[in-house]
Design a protein around this ligand. Sequence first.
Ligand code: ZN
Length: 67
Amino acid sequence: MKCCYPNCNQDASSTWALVPLCVHHHKSIEEETGKYYHRNSHERIPYDQRENYLNISSQIPWSKKEW
Ligand SMILES: [Zn+2]
């Protein structure tokens, strides 16, 4: 299984929301999500800045572009 991140051809090592991702992209999304849900609102990033997530969101089964 290959990483499903656009233009990435690394082998997937794990999945994010059922989407196969390589170590690198999984980590990026994990960090990004951590910021998005940050306890401190000043540290949070807005939804449209979740670049990594938005790049794979169309491949997440339950994420059918509501935006
Ligand atoms: Zn990747």
